[in-house]
Ligand binder design. Structure first.
Ligand code: F6P
Length: 360
């Protein structure tokens, strides 16, 4: 047993002194909730929570809802509703915002979360996680917040974080001044600060994307991935590795630890969906953590944190990770939009473009 280490509680108490102690108390409740989820997830099939929820079996996103999604959602609601810090909560697993029960005091913060991201992986024992974001309610009054109260750009997040349930459980947090990682010491139940001030390396040779969607991507993403795959023989002049875990928390964690780029870009697979990932409780918290670690997070055309949300469960294209690579992708999108991405033109022959699907 080592004494004197910085626990998560000590860290947030120290960093929320002077007017934000309620935020600290809320974060300590969030950490208690994720310890509960870690215990549940860690039991695997022994938890009795495997399989679909049985209650309609799809969530508001139309995605299969697992029993463990529902249990994780409950864990966060129960741990965080009572303390008097929250005006309301919103979750991937709930169509509408959750109202704080009448028996509990109300506060000024809003908690938005994805209780178990990547849960399609839980049955195959791959790392999954919880993602959360904390905003301040901007409207006055003690009544229930409406969905509109949650529609704030990511730049207004007061705190963002995720828990990753892997071989070790970790909690990664930003309060707007750096990104810090805590590892769960299972012997005493404390999260211990093990990764202070994480920095994403600026350059990378590793990219992550679901290439089965390649034919649906926009040309700038096709161009970028084609160049990575061409490796030493292409314009990049170096070989790249590809990774795809299909669990965003695990991908972002890898990028925070050793660099890389993660993409779930805009595609035309389903024109009703501008991306797969959700802005408020996936993209925004991860974008804050990555930016605070020196990386970048973009839709391809603008910073994710500057996007004005239009609805609670809005989807958004996500490109995040090592700064130089994200900036390269933004440049490719800009060139495509401006029509200047033609790889080869000849005044003698008809124009040829490697990257444009059309000439509009
Ligand atoms: O909800 C999102 C998610 O599970 C992410 O965690 C992950 O990055 C992505 O979906 C996986 O998508 P796909 O099924 O296309 O690989």
């Amino acid at each position: 047993m080592q004494f004197g280490r910085t626990t998560f509680s000590k860290f947030v108490i120290e960093h929320t002194r002077g007017g934000h102690s309620e935020l600290g108390a809320l974060l300590i409740d969030v950490s208690a909730a994720v310890k509960g989820i870690a215990a549940l997830v860690g039991k695997g099939a022994l938890s009795g929570w495997t399989g679909t929820s049985g209650a309609g079996e799809v969530n508001v996103q139309g995605e299969v809802q697992k029993a463990i999604d529902v249990a994780s959602n409950e864990a966060i609601l129960r741990h965080c509703e009572w303390g008097g810090q929250l005006a309301g909560m919103a979750s991937e697993e709930m169509d509408e915002p959750y109202r704080i029960p009448d028996q509990y005091p109300r506060g000024r913060y809003l908690l938005v979360f994805d209780p178990l991201d990547g849960s399609s992986n839980s049955d195959v024992n791959v790392s999954v996680g919880t993602i959360f974001s904390i905003l301040k309610r901007e409207t006055a009054g003690d009544g229930d917040p409406s969905a509109a109260d949650f529609l704030q750009p990511g730049d207004r997040q007061l705190a963002a974080g995720y828990a990753i349930y892997g071989p070790a459980t970790m909690l990664v947090l930003s309060l707007g001044s750096g990104t810090h990682g805590f590892t769960l010491d299972r012997e005493n139940g404390n999260f211990i600060l093990t990764h202070p001030d994480i920095r994403v390396p600026e350059e990378t040779r590793e990219f992550a994307i679901n290439t089965s969607n390649e034919r649906f991507w926009e040309p700038p993403v096709q161009r970028y991935v084609a160049e990575c795959k061409a490796g030493k023989s292409g314009v990049r002049g170096v070989d790249f590795n590809m990774r795809w875990i299909a669990s965003m928390v695990a991908e972002v964690h890898r990028i925070l630890m050793r660099g890389g780029i993660f993409m779930y870009p805009k595609d035309n697979k389903d024109p009703a969906k501008p991306g797969r990932l959700r802005l408020l409780y996936e993209a925004n918290p991860m974008a804050m953590l990555i930016e605070q670690a020196g990386g970048a997070a973009s839709t391809g055309r603008r910073r994710i944190l500057a996007v004005e949300p239009g609805e609670l469960h809005q989807r958004v294209p996500v490109i995040l990770g090592s700064r130089q690579e994200v900036e390269r992708l933004e440049r490719y999108h800009g060139e495509y939009d401006a029509g200047t991405d033609r790889a080869f033109t000849s005044p003698l022959f008809s124009e040829r473009s490697l990257f444009r699907a059309d000439a509009s």
